[in-house]
Write a protein that binds this ligand. Structure first.
Ligand code: SF4
Length: 210
């Protein structure tokens, strides 16, 4: 969702005292889950990609892997129910994820056409501001069990949740997090290989009238 991040060190032992003090949540997470720095999620994602199953079943497994990632990071993240700064960013989803949301809510997604990713992203940047159409009045996600992959991976290991206040130019402060690309990048590669012209866009594009 946002590119500003504090890179995780190659080795948790290389965490200096200063970095540990600045990012205690990151330090605690890496101490509790050393597998994060040992390629665990990359190898799990690669194994799913190599399976013989259908694209649909592989996607389901990517979501399950994202939930494992979410469980590990969530315990140390500053994110709490009621904090929804990230839900004001353009949330990028595939048509398949829009269908899941449509089935869960009974709202038919709009027929978004396939467009080149660079065109979609240029459009998405202009959509900062309005919240996700599924953000509830209490700032909770109304489609939590059905939320897109990107929502399951997003987190902040900063101390202050307000660092995530976001505008077109980025968040208020660099966000310490585990790089979601360990799961997101192979997920994109899988979809591009097996459904190369599947529409992709912001959640607002798929649900413009909600
Ligand atoms: S689907 Fe839920 S978690 Fe994702 S952006 Fe919308 S409200 Fe936030």
């Amino acid at each position: 969702m946002n590119d500003s991040q504090t890179p995780i060190p190659d080795n948790p032992d290389s965490f200096t005292a200063a970095v540990k003090a600045a990012y205690p949540r990151m330090a605690a997470l890496l101490e509790a889950h050393p597998e994060i720095n040992n390629g665990h999620f990359q190898s799990q994602a690669a194994a799913i990609t190599m399976e013989n199953g259908s694209l649909k079943s592989k996607r389901k497994k990517f979501f399950e892997l994202a939930d494992v990632f979410n469980k590990a990071t969530g315990k140390y993240a500053v994110c709490q129910k009621g904090c929804a700064h990230c839900c004001y960013m353009p949330t990028m989803i595939y048509a398949h994820e829009a269908e899941i949301l449509g089935q869960a809510t009974g709202i038919k997604p709009a027929p978004v056409p396939y467009r080149d990713r660079s065109v979609v992203l240029a459009d998405a940047v202009r959509q900062f501001g309005p919240p996700c159409p599924f953000l509830g009045k209490d700032n909770g996600c109304t489609v939590y069990d059905h939320r897109p992959l990107i929502c399951r991976l997003h987190h902040s290991l900063n101390n202050n949740p307000n660092d995530c206040v976001v505008s077109e130019s980025g968040t208020k402060a660099p966000i310490a997090k585990i790089d979601a690309d360990v799961i997101e990048a192979p997920y994109h590669a899988l979809v591009l290989r097996q459904a190369s012209r599947e529409p992709w866009g912001t959640i607002q594009m798929f649900f413009p009238n909600r």
